[in-house]
Structures are given as C-alpha cells and as structure tokens.
Design a protein. Structure first.
Length: 133
C-alpha cells in the first residue's frame, strides 16, 4: 500500500512536471483552470488529484470489501490507479515523444488504452481469488 501511494504521488507530479515543461495543459478538464490561473496552478491541481484518488480509493475500497467480500479492496483500487496513471505517463513520456500520436490525439480516446492493464489486472485478481477459495 505504501509503495503504491509513493508511486501514484510520483506519477501525478511527473505528469504535472511534463505539462509544466510543455508550457500548456492539454487535458480538457484542467485546461480552463490552467488558462485562468497560469501554469503554476498545475501543482495545486496535482494535490487536488491526489485528494480525489485518496477518496476514490477509500470509497471504492469500502464498496469492494462490503459487496464483494474482498478484504484487500483498497489495495485493488490503488493498484488499478497506479496501472492507469503509470500507463498514461508511459504513453505521454515515451511513446508520444518517440512516435507522435500513434493511438489518438484525443485525451478521451486514450481511455481504451488505459483500460487494458486494469482489465487484465482485474481478471488476474479474480482468477487468483477463485483459486484460493
């Protein structure tokens, strides 16, 4: 759990750093805020993002514990967040800079690419859970 939080903090601030170096925000969710308050608003937005991730981890983890009866609900949600954000940062940092826009120019279009590792992880955890029953 602690390693996952360290990774997610690093990934969120790495993303903010890359955007800061680029000088402009491409995410349509944050773009109006950055245009209104300047590029340094990214650091505040990174903290807000971490707060949202924390709340999502707690709420969804509780739901997984309650509904699915899986004790490691928070860990599953947190691992999913690390996988999604790690895939996104890998795409932005390496693939985008090396190959251009190989998948899509839309931030919404990359959602499918981000879902692949998470769906794989969910399938893996379900297989392991059923074997251990």
């Amino acid at each position: 759990k602690k390693i996952s939080w360290v990774l997610i903090v690093l990934l969120v601030f790495w993303d903010a750093f890359l955007t800061y170096l680029g000088g402009t925000e491409g995410n349509p969710l944050w773009k109006p805020i950055v245009q209104s308050y300047g590029i340094n608003a990214l650091w505040v937005l990174a903290l807000i993002t971490l707060g949202i991730f924390y709340l999502a981890t707690k709420i969804l983890g509780f739901l997984i514990k309650t509904i699915d009866k899986i004790a490691e609900g928070e860990e599953i949600v947190l691992t999913g967040l690390v996988l999604v954000f790690g895939t996104y940062d890998l795409y932005i940092t390496f693939f985008l800079r090396t190959f251009g826009w190989p998948v899509t120019r839309s931030h919404y279009g990359i959602i499918l690419v981000l879902m692949i590792p998470v769906v794989g992880y969910i399938i893996y955890t379900e297989i392991v859970r059923r074997k251990n029953k």
